[in-house]
Design a protein around this ligand. Structure first.
Ligand SMILES: Cc1cc2nc3c(=O)[nH]c(=O)nc-3n(C[C@H](O)[C@H](O)[C@H](O)COP(=O)(O)OP(=O)(O)OC[C@H]3O[C@@H](n4cnc5c(N)ncnc54)[C@H](O)[C@@H]3O)c2cc1C
Length: 288
C-alpha cells in the first residue's frame, strides 16, 4: 500500500491552500480514448454543422454533410455557425458528438462528485465489490503533504492502517464487499466516462469554477487539455460557467475574491444605477 501521490513538497510550515490544483502531480490521469485527432477533424465539426444547418436549410442533411466533409463548406464557415448556435444555447446540436475518457488514480471523493452528473453522460467504475484489491492506493492532498510532519505522518499511518486491515479481513474470509467498508475517501479508483459535448460543457462550467473542489477541478483541467489536443475549437467551449454567462452567480463569491468575472449582484447594481439615471432623464424604462 502506498500513497503514490508524488506531491514532492517539503514537509513543515503552515497549512496553505494550493493556489492552483495544476501545480501538483496528484498521480491522477485522464486520457481521451475516443475520438483521435483524425476522427475529430474529419467528422466532429461536420456533424455539428450538419445538425445546425439542417434547421435553416432546404437541403437534405446528407447533402449538407457531404458539403462539409468534402471542404465545399470551409472550416471557418462551419466554426462560425457552430459558435453562434452554441452561444445562443441551442444545445441539442452538440449532443451528436461524444468523448470517451479513461480516468485513473482519482479518489472516491472525486468519483462520488463526478457520478452526480446524470444527463448525457455514462460511467463505468472499478468495483470495490467484485475486486479484491491486492494493493489499494490512496492520495495525499497538497495541504496534508505540506502540513507539519506530525499531521502528515498521522494521515499516512491512518491510511496504511485502514488499508492493511482491509487486506487482513480478506485473508480472514470477510467478503470484499464488506471489507471495503474500512476504505477511506482517499482510496484511488478508475472510471470510463463518455459524455456528449453539451454535457461536457455543462460539467466543465461547474467543475472548472474556482468554487469547485480542487481534485475534480484538476480532472476537468486535464479533460479540457485532452479535448484541445484533438480540437482546439471544441476545447475552447470548456470554461468556468461565468465565462459564457459574463458574470459569476456563486453565492460564495459575493466578495469577488475570484476575479474571473464580476459577481451578478454587482452587475445588477450597475444596471439598476443605469436604469435610475435613464429614468431621471425622463426616458421610458420597460418593466417586467
Ligand atoms: C461547487 C459545487 C458544490 C456542490 N455541493 C454539493 C453538496 O454540498 N451536496 C450535494 O448533494 N451536491 C453538491 N453538488 C452537486 C450538485 O448539486 C449537482 O448534483 C451536480 O453538480 C450535478 O449537476 P447537474 O444536476 O446540473 O448536472 P447533470 O446531472 O449533469 O444535469 C445537467 C442539466 O440537465 C438538467 N437535468 C438533469 N437532470 C434533470 C432532472 N431530473 N430534472 C430536470 N432537469 C434535469 C439540469 O438542467 C441540469 O443542470 C455540488 C456541485 C458543485 C459544482
Amino acid at each position: 500500500m502506498s500513497p503514490e501521490a508524488g506531491t514532492g513538497s517539503p514537509i513543515g510550515g503552515t497549512l496553505p491552500r494550493p493556489r492552483s490544483p495544476a501545480t501538483r502531480d496528484l498521480g491522477m490521469r485522464a486520457s481521451l480514448l475516443f475520438p483521435d485527432r483524425e476522427v475529430a477533424e474529419r467528422y466532429y465539426l461536420p456533424l455539428i454543422y450538419t445538425a445546425c444547418r439542417t434547421c435553416y436549410s432546404e437541403l437534405e442533411p446528407q447533402e449538407i454533410f457531404d458539403r462539409a466533409t468534402s471542404g465545399r463548406v470551409t472550416t471557418d464557415k462551419q466554426q462560425d455557425l457552430i459558435r453562434r448556435v452554441i452561444e445562443s444555447g441551442h444545445g441539442s446540436t452538440i449532443e451528436h458528438i461524444v468523448f470517451t475518457f479513461a480516468i485513473s488514480g482519482v479518489t472516491r471523493t472525486l468519483s462520488h462528485q463526478l457520478v452526480r452528473h446524470r444527463a448525457g453522460v455514462a460511467f463505468d467504475q472499478q468495483s470495490q465489490r467484485y475486486l479484491d484489491y491486492k494493493r489499494p492506493s490512496y492520495m495525499v492532498p497538497g495541504t496534508i503533504a505540506d502540513a507539519p510532519v506530525e499531521v502528515r505522518e498521522r494521515y499516512l499511518a491512518e491510511m496504511d492502517e485502514s488499508l492493511a486491515f482491509y487486506g487482513e479481513m480478506l485473508e480472514a474470509g470477510i467478503p470484499g464487499e464488506d471489507a471495503r467498508f474500512v476504505m477511506p475517501n482517499a482510496t484511488r479508483t478508475n472510471l470510463i466516462m463518455t459524455a456528449n459535448l453539451r454535457s461536457l460543457i455543462h460539467m466543465s462550467g461547474l467543475r472548472l469554477c474556482t468554487m469547485a473542489q480542487w481534485e475534480i477541478r484538476r480532472l476537468f483541467q486535464l479533460i479540457r487539455h485532452e479535448i484541445f489536443t484533438v480540437s482546439p475549437f471544441l476545447g475552447s467551449f470548456l470554461a468556468p460557467k461565468c465565462v459564457p454567462l459574463g458574470y459569476c452567480d456563486e453565492d460564495r463569491n459575493r466578495d469577488e475574491h475570484c476575479p474571473i468575472r464580476p459577481h451578478k449582484d454587482n452587475v445588477l447594481a450597475a444596471w439598476a444605477e443605469k436604469r435610475a439615471a435613464a429614468k431621471a432623464k425622463g426616458r421610458e424604462v420597460p418593466t417586467l
